[in-house]
Design a protein around this ligand. Sequence first.
Ligand SMILES: *Cc1c(COP(=O)(O)O)cnc(C)c1O
Length: 473
Amino acid sequence: MKNIFEKSNNSESIMFSDEEENLDFLDKSLLREGEVGLPQIGELEVMRHYKELSDKNFCIEKGVYPLGSCTMKYNPKVNEVLASLEGFANLHPSTPDKYAQGALELMFKLQEKLKKITGMDAVTLQPAAGAHGELTGMMIVKKYFEHIKDNRKKVIIPDSAHGTNPSSAKMCGFDIVNVKSNERGQVDVEDLKRLVDKDVAAIMMTNPNTLGIFEENVKEISEIMHANGSLLYYDGANFNAIMGYTNPKKMGFDIVHVNLHKTFATPHGGGGPGAGPVGVVEKLKDFLPVPVIGFDGEMYFKDYNLENTIGSVKAFYGNFGVLVRAYAYILMMGDNLKEATENAVLNANYIKEKLKSAYEFPFNEPSMHEFVMSGERQKENGVSTLNIAKRLMDFDVHPPTIYFPLIIHEAIMVEPTESETKEKLDEFIEIMLKIAKEAEETPDMVLTAPHMTPVKKVDETLAARHPDLTFKE
Ligand SMILES: *Cc1c(COP(=O)(O)O)cnc(C)c1O
């Protein structure tokens, strides 16, 4: 360096002399004496490292996410902006009501919207997820029967139900009684009649059920249960199939949960946070957890004054950020929630029809927003549903839900949601057909998948017994 500056001038050096050079802007008194001991890696390298890791992740921004029963719809990014507004995000949960009117108003109005959507008479926003809503609902059932001094012990649950249904009822001390599905994938009403007695507190149902099939006898079932003095619980995880067409009240239910993170567009997966508001009919209003949000015509307030309340089920008022997102989504959709339902149902049926030639379909019923097919035909060539799911990853498609519901062998459960374009649906169909062909002609291609992902085929048993969670290139 020195040479360059010295030789570039043939009369006098343009280079600073040692006395002149003085770019030392640091105040020596502020300097540390020893080494800091930080890893010797720059910010740019760190950023590149994390970006590379994130590129290895799958997300809805990358590809189709047809995870049945989970409603992985697109979550508008504007919801994130709204949920992080200073006044919402930094509001202390203990702020007195009069200084938190905006947040309370939002919660009150969300309660009102959910009352309208579910047909129920009162709503709590506290539960943190669908399963938590079920638990809240079962606690209400329990307390209701204690209150009327009729201690019933049993809860009836269809064999197609989500596992959280029996778990929630069991956690409240109920005995679980399974009711069979018939050959049309619906609750067998004759079997139900045999099971109903004066010890049955409630039935928990999902409609459309987890097979994506609408329970057409739901009204008859509700009459049977009500005649027996039992309550009906509606697992609202599949609300994306009914919005604007019907509601659980019309079907005869008494308690409902909705999964805001499914139907009402909050990002989810990997454990939350979510929200599972619960709605109830008039006679159960007083049993809701406290506080519920009230409005006296002037002020919004936290109402702790419910006579038979089961208590609180969550710190403060639930996962508030999720409530903001759901409220924003509902307002933004306006009267188009019905259209979302229509498109979700149309998309599922479109894929289903196109895959009928290649996969087994155990039921001949029309589907709602999702459908269940079976990989049994592929299994004849030794290719399991798990192999098919792994192969999908090579095409940048998130595998659908597999081996659920339990009553279908080699189950593959697809829920495209309303957010995907026809082009994307066609792409997915083409990939599924290609994999079916491979299973027949070159089964090894499927059996050894995935080939393109950072982590290739793992030994399932070993992975379960001795998980190695270190990252390897
Ligand atoms: C997702 C789901 C649940 C549980 O909801 P979480 O919010 O995940 O706790 C319950 N029932 C059905 C049918 C579901 O799809």
